[in-house]
Ligand binder design. Structure first.
Ligand SMILES: [Zn+2]
Length: 358
């Protein structure tokens, strides 16, 4: 950030960032060990449940899931089993199914703490941010000092910001683009006379969790935006950092992010006078807590597409979960730009929208 602060004399330092992912890190610590049978739950269901716990503790959610499913079949009133089944579905990025299962647990035991955070997390992933906030608030009301209280508080603040914004910005629902939402925090564009934009990607070698394929994933994200812009945006991958380009790095320490709970961030420096972007920086976290479930490449591509969109000037978020610029991690992850993403970037860079030379 210090590099950007040094540029404050030429423009506004804008933080645009984030897909909020951290809620999916919620895991119930109190299920680390096998549990005693709740009333009405037979030993078979308990055995299946405990097998599931062993597998989920090893982050093997795809094999844990059928164990919990079986426990639910054997004991339909077993709240913890429905909750863990819901958690596995969430970890496997199947948010809608996770909500169905967590709702069953909630109906049996509305005070089960991780059900509330699961429901909060899953609802945010499908764009139901009011519901997400409600469940997290419910959690905080019941467990103000609970193990997820810090994360829930932070997430509620993010959700409330989005909810507030949605009230003042005309919704893009049903429209073929979300330009009004994209530009709600202010307009920003790269100068088309300065295309191609130099893009430098720092080697991720030595960064914990980094995989060689990540470089191609990030490049794919840039290329998708260039294609999606209909040729209005051009980039050039360069071999060394350019002070007036977009510089990208993979990091393994979340504290390097402005909000350590995000999966990545984009920062842009904008000239106050006309909104022209001077430089951009993207950081991508390789130790994301949503990784390790076999879906890390899809999650990373979603994050890359999102952060590159910000670095190219989309400062706001789409309110619709099918767009890569939706403010939260989608379920399933968005792996390609939506038509609306493409139309929005095209409009942002169209001659009558273009800033800087008006
Ligand atoms: Zn964002």
């Amino acid at each position: 950030m210090s590099k950007f602060n040094a540029l404050s004399n030429i423009g506004t330092f804008a933080l645009v960032c984030l897909i909020s992912l951290f809620l999916t890190t919620f895991s119930p610590a109190h299920c680390e060990d096998s549990i005693d049978a709740p009333p009405g739950v037979g030993s078979e269901a308990i055995a299946s449940f405990n097998q599931g716990i062993g597998l989920s503790n090893a982050k093997n959610y795809s094999e844990a899931m059928p164990k919990f499913q079986e426990a639910c079949r054997q004991a339909p009133g077993f709240a913890e089993a429905h909750a863990m089944y819901g958690l596995c579905l969430l970890k496997l990025l199947r948010a809608k199914e996770s909500i169905d299962e967590s709702a069953k647990a909630y109906a049996i035991d509305p005070k089960l703490d991780f059900v509330l955070v699961n429901l909060g997390s899953a609802n945010q992933m499908i764009g139901h941010i009011e519901e997400a906030e409600m469940y997290l608030q419910k959690y905080l009301d019941l467990y103000p000092k609970g193990e997820f209280a810090g994360k829930a508080t932070s997430m509620i603040a993010t959700l409330q910001k989005e909810i507030k914004l949605r009230k003042i910005v005309e919704s893009s629902k049903g429209k073929d683009n979300y330009l009004s939402e994209a530009t709600a925090p202010g307009k920003a564009c790269w100068d088309q006379l300065r295309m191609p934009i130099p893009v430098f990607i720092q080697s991720g070698d030595g960064v914990k969790g980094y995989q060689a394929e990540y470089l191609g994933i990030l490049k794919d994200a840039f290329n998708q935006w260039c294609t999606g812009s209909g040729g209005r945006i051009k980039i050039s991958f360069v071999d060394k950092a350019d002070p007036l380009g977009i510089n990208c790095s993979f990091i393994d320490n979340p504290s390097e992010l402005v909000n350590p709970m995000e999966g990545g961030q984009a920062l842009i420096s904008i000239r106050d006078a006309d909104g022209v972007i001077q430089k951009g920086q993207i950081k991508l976290l390789t130790t994301n807590s949503s990784f390790g479930t076999g879906h890390e490449k899809e999650v990373l591509l979603n994050i890359c597409l999102h952060e590159v969109g910000h670095a190219l000037g989309i400062r706001g978020h789409s309110s619709q979960a099918g767009d890569v610029m939706f403010g939260f991690m989608s379920s399933p992850p968005n792996l390609t730009l939506s038509d609306r993403d493409e139309k929005t970037i095209q409009q942002l860079y169209s001659s009558d929208q273009e800033i800087g030379r008006q």
